[in-house]
Design a protein around this ligand. Structure first.
Ligand code: GUN
Length: 293
């Protein structure tokens, strides 16, 4: 069994980006600029946005955050989106989700110019990704593809089972793995809450991608000997064994599943560190106008 070290791979990619940014700055070009819109005081969202800012700084990107109280109107938020769409100094931006209930998330996402939608949430980017055109791909699936690529995992002709069908992870993941790219060319099955005989299906998987959002849902009996297991879940649970009183666990029961696998991502330190790096990669592409050239 080999552990896929997402932390190490993410650090390597950051170094690659930082060295390219340095060349740009040496050539008197402005660095890439990522902006984030943050509404309200949700602690998880605050953490995400702070981490994004730090990651930008590490690689030499500019970053800015547009903060609003949770009583901002939809109209005001849409005005900010429009402002960022038209600001030539900003290469890409994200609207941190979730938004307060009185704001229509789909409407806001659809107001983002696809060329600046570095989260890859706009239907134009999702559609382009689906048919294999250049597109911004959302951070977690993009990060997983990068992990598979950089670990040299063969996916062609393999049975890939994706657990979960969310717009942000499961659905795009299933599409990417079935595309004719490398990684890709896999035979993909998407499982979800209504799937029958789930353990029999997951046990057929050469590559099992788990994004079901349930702590330690996948147990050893559900996994084939020698499978590659990618765990997208992250849950904070109480623990008497750590100083903080908490520990992080994934959607996979790691201790019993890991010995059966050929490769597995740990939690933390697997998929997680790759998501912010994906956003940096997308922002860099936006700066270079690679996708919509
Ligand atoms: N909330 C949780 N994850 C994400 C993400 O990747 N992008 C945005 N915009 N909001 C999120």
């Amino acid at each position: 069994m080999q552990i896929i070290d997402g932390k190490k791979i993410a650090a390597e990619i950051k170094e690659e980006i930082a060295s390219e940014v340095k060349k740009m700055i040496d050539a008197d070009e402005r660095p890439p600029h990522l902006a984030a819109i943050l509404v309200g005081n949700d602690p998880a969202s605050e953490t995400y946005v702070t981490s994004k800012g730090k990651a930008c700084k590490q690689v030499g990107f500019d970053s800015s955050t547009y903060r609003f109280e949770s009583d901002i109107t939809e109209e005001e938020l849409l005005e900010t989106v429009s402002f960022l769409n038209n600001d030539p100094d900003i290469d890409g931006f994200i609207v941190q989700l979730p938004l307060p209930d009185h704001i229509d998330e789909d409407k806001v996402i659809q107001a983002i110019k696809p060329e600046k939608d570095v989260d890859g949430f706009h239907p134009v980017n999702v559609g382009r990704m689906t048919i294999g055109l250049p597109a911004y791909i959302s951070a977690t699936p993009n990060g997983i593809m990068e992990l598979l690529k950089r670990t040299g995992i063969e996916t062609e002709g393999k049975n890939c089972v994706v657990l979960g069908r969310s717009n942000i992870v499961g659905r795009p993941m299933s599409i990417l793995m079935s595309r004719t790219t490398q990684p890709g060319n896999a035979t993909v099955t998407v499982c979800h809450s209504r799937t029958r005989n789930l353990p029999q299906i997951t046990a057929q998987a050469d590559i099992l991608i788990v994004a079901i959002g349930k702590p330690e849902f996948v147990t050893a009996d559900m996994v084939k000997e020698g499978a590659v297991v990618i765990d997208v879940g992250i849950h904070r649970v109480e623990s008497s064994e750590t100083k903080s009183g908490f520990r992080l666990i994934g959607d996979v029961k790691y201790d019993e599943v890991a010995p059966k696998t050929s490769y597995i991502t740990p939690v933390p330190g697997g998929v997680g560190p790759m998501t912010i790096v994906s956003l940096l990669m997308n922002t860099f592409k936006a700066h270079k106008q690679e996708i919509y050239s």
